[in-house]
Design a binder for this molecule. Sequence first.
Ligand code: ZN
Length: 377
Amino acid sequence: MRRFSLVLSLIGAAYLDPALAEEACPNPQGALGVSRIVEIDAKTGPLFGGFTKYEKEPRFLEPKEVVLTFDDGPLPKYTKPILDALDKFCTKATFFSVGQMAQAYPDMVREVMGRGHTMGTHTWSHPLNLRALSLAKAEDQIERGFAAVALAAGQPIAPFFRFPGLSDSGPLLAHLQKRGIAAFTVDVVSNDSYIGSPQRLAARTLDQVERQNGGMVLFHDIKASTAAALPTILTELKKRGYKVVHLRSKSVFEPLPALTAELEAKRLTAEAKKAGPKKGEAAAAEKPKLVPFYAAIAASNLEAQSEPQVTPLAPEARERVHAGGTHATASTPVASPDEAAGAVTQPATPARRKHARKRHKPDSDPLSLSNAVNGRW
Ligand SMILES: [Zn+2]
């Protein structure tokens, strides 16, 4: 209860009282903490992380540095304990939330941001494979996801995006560049979509972190095993000398105003329906409260503590050339034929999970692109 009221007091606050910050970080010396902040200027549409066949930015992480990322949420049942674990270790992460999930749990989106984490997006409805959609539909998925998460947040969010299944493409990367969005793939796959045992998940994640000597780690905040394993993973990272780097955006994302207005109108209509005919009319007559996207992202509780060193990162504009030397297009997918056939899996539904389990080979090389699109993320 105390934690809950603390969190409420943080929402929308421009700063955090140092006494409260201390409470949020009970053991700053012993905790994993944040070793430095990398502040990314996304205006040229950079592409980060190892899992892509497109020309990417050089790795900005030093050996033994990790970035913690959580996809597919928010889902309060698991997002909350994950936030508690991150707080206990005084560390920060980046969340790539799904638009529909954010609309379903807007309070959770605000809580993630209120607790000092960075909010990026992961499409509107997590389609199986953006490359399998028309370019217009895929772009709408990206834009609608940003508009929905920002609306739920009630404050500007970072122009940070992760492709579901890491299914990037030349034309979609070009769209991100045009819109000043940074794309993030991954370096380390926890495989939490498929590992139910927290012990096994912790062991596997740490093993992969060791193999890559750090990197951007992919988790999902919709998984029970992730919530249960995270304290062990963070304890071990600290013990083994790893450092957490927190990503921050230099600028905020500006959603398309038409999409924001459309989503807000739908929300008001839904609210009006729920409220019944009389109150409903009043709600429907209410003017949409659009988010002031020109504003800066509110200072996080990270800044209330002594702020770690900030490394600015402003990659130059570059053409996203496919590593094969040619430009890939939406009609020439770069990954496996399975993916082109739409075999990727959205992690949320049990039926899909069952289907994915059948296809999935647990011992296959985790660092292969075809795994990304064969039902893993
Ligand atoms: Zn996902």
